[in-house]
Design a protein around this ligand. Sequence first.
Ligand code: GUN
Length: 296
Amino acid sequence: MAILIDGKLTAAQIKERIKATVETSVANGGKRPHLAAVLVGDDGASATYVASKEKACADVGFKSTVIKMKEETSQDELLAVVKRLNEDHDIDGIIVQLPLPKHLNEQVVIKNIDYHKDVDGFHLANVGKMVLNMPGFLPATPFGILTLLKQYNIETRGKNCVILGRSNIVGRPMANLLSQKGLMADCTVTLCNSKTKDIAYYTRNADIIIAAIGVPEFLKGDMVKEGVVVIDVGITRIPDSTKPRGYRIVGDVDFKQVEPKASYISPVPGGVGPMTIVSLLENTLKSAQGKKLTWV
Ligand code: GUN
């Protein structure tokens, strides 16, 4: 039986700490952290994520501003909003929810966010700092995963870590962070993608597997070895009329098959998801405090 990596509980504990820090700081005349989120278009999942981020801000005593823009928003209109947020001294963190509608250029938009307020850690300056192991904003999901590994005292040094999925948001930064020298790192990392031949060859040799491909229940029991640590980043919505929302969230791991062989496993929901949001809060708090950022 695996130990469950409880992201919901860990995130709740971190939120309590952030809330207490904010209250003390504000009582001493400090500034209340302020996160601005830009949501373009009508993507249901994106709207849900932004609403969750807004609620999380309220939970810990942050200010939040959500700017909703129509699907047909032009690149110039979006850049004008980003510029205004960059120049607004009250705002500590800016996120532009991705994906953007197809006619907008995500990289150009991200590049125009002031990197001192880039609490998503997507700006090329923060990506560069991460690669060079310099203080900067870490992307929220990898940051959250590192925090979970640390919370559960999972040894990473010298371990074979296989990451499934090479996205800019999860897989590639995760590979970078775990291959670096230091705490919660020192792994031998294999980064698999959809063209990888015989993925099971890699996963069967893995001590740690991070699944971030968005293919529901992709990782099966016969693809892992006994004692593996499994982190499931998948969050695919599957239509389900028995659920109040009309869908259920399914991860990239076949939990029933993999859990009996694993030493640690993160569930979906309640694993990585809550940690992503709390990491965004941590970045926003640090931005408001003007602190230099370090690893977890
Ligand atoms: N879309 C999926 N994940 C993220 C995230 O962490 N930040 C933003 N801005 N968009 C996303």
